[in-house]
Design a protein around this ligand. Structure first.
Ligand code: SF4
Length: 279
């Protein structure tokens, strides 16, 4: 008789947390295994949020740690920082531990049902299709017509709330994620100065070793954190936020004041990321 497993990846972000709550509420008898792939470079707020979510779910979220850490892979890649073009971080620190966790079961015929947090208001996206014939991907939020507002409602009603980092940063994921906006690097320096320093140190080593990539496009973090540059980034951010606010006033259907960094920037919150990192 073939075995079955039901898995749900929690990223530390809103959507996957709402999906976990939804599955607990609507399929309480399904033996869902919740997991989190831990790169070792997560924000402290992520762990606090996972603890809170575990409290609601009433069961542990398995922490999948990579067999080799960020520093190992960084050295393997010649100290070149991960970047949108060479995204070794996702491959080695997020996908590889998951593959290790499932490989034996998939190969021995176990059907793995994977529940993925794609909302009903999102365009179709690649990256969450099944990668193995025994892996079946399900999109319960989309199937139930749950959009962004629905996600917020689920989290609020369950009293799980949101991760604290949403007050200054709009994506889940690693502390140093290169997808973050310049204003978010500035805020990382304000909220977690030690982590910012660590990012600067990684970048200096990378540049010394000939890496063409800095963490953020077009400048190093040392340049970005120069007080004059910080002032400019904050000003750009406020101006863009104001432009967006004005354009939204014109459109009565979207009159809400933006409440997150990406919203304020008018940036598609899902652009460029991947399901396993940012949902
Ligand atoms: S969150 Fe960013 S840095 Fe972390 S694994 Fe994903 S893409 Fe890489």
């Amino acid at each position: 008789m073939s075995r079955e497993r039901h898995i749900l990846g929690v990223s530390g972000g809103r959507d996957s947390a709402a999906l976990a709550v939804y599955m607990r509420q609507h399929h309480p008898t399904l033996p869902v295994e919740y997991f989190f792939t831990d790169t070792g470079k997560e924000l402290p707020e992520v762990y606090e949020f996972l603890d809170r979510l575990e409290g609601f779910l009433g069961k542990p979220i398995a922490r999948l740690n990579p067999d080799r850490d960020f520093d190992f892979w960084l050295s393997e890649y010649g100290n070149f920082l991960p970047s949108p073009r060479t995204r070794w971080c996702t491959r080695q620190l997020k996908l590889r531990p998951l593959e290790h966790w499932l490989r034996d079961d998939l190969e021995s015929g176990t059907v793995v049902h994977s529940y993925v947090a794609i909302r009903s208001d999102e365009p179709s996206r690649e990256g969450y299709q099944s990668t193995h014939p025994n892996m079946k991907v399900h999109l319960p939020l989309r199937d139930a017509g749950i959009d962004r507002a629905g996600v917020l409602e689920i989290l609020s009603q369950a009293e799980v709330g949101e991760p604290a980092y949403y007050s200054w940063r709009s994506r889940s994921g690693c502390t140093f994620c290169f997808y973050q906006q310049k204003i978010e690097w500035v805020r990382l320096a304000e909220h977690h100065p030690e982590r910012f320093k660590e990012a600067v140190a990684y970048e200096k080593t990378a540049l010394n070793d000939g890496s063409p990539f800095t963490w953020t496009q077009g400048e190093s973090l040392t340049e970005l954190i120069n007080p004059k540059r910080v002032e400019q980034i904050k000003l750009d951010y406020e101006q863009r936020r104001e432009r967006l606010r004005r354009s939204r006033r014109i459109n009565p259907l979207s009159a809400r004041t933006p409440d997150s960094v990406d919203e304020a920037y008018g940036i598609d919150e899902d652009a460029g990321g991947c399901v396993i990192c940012h949902k």
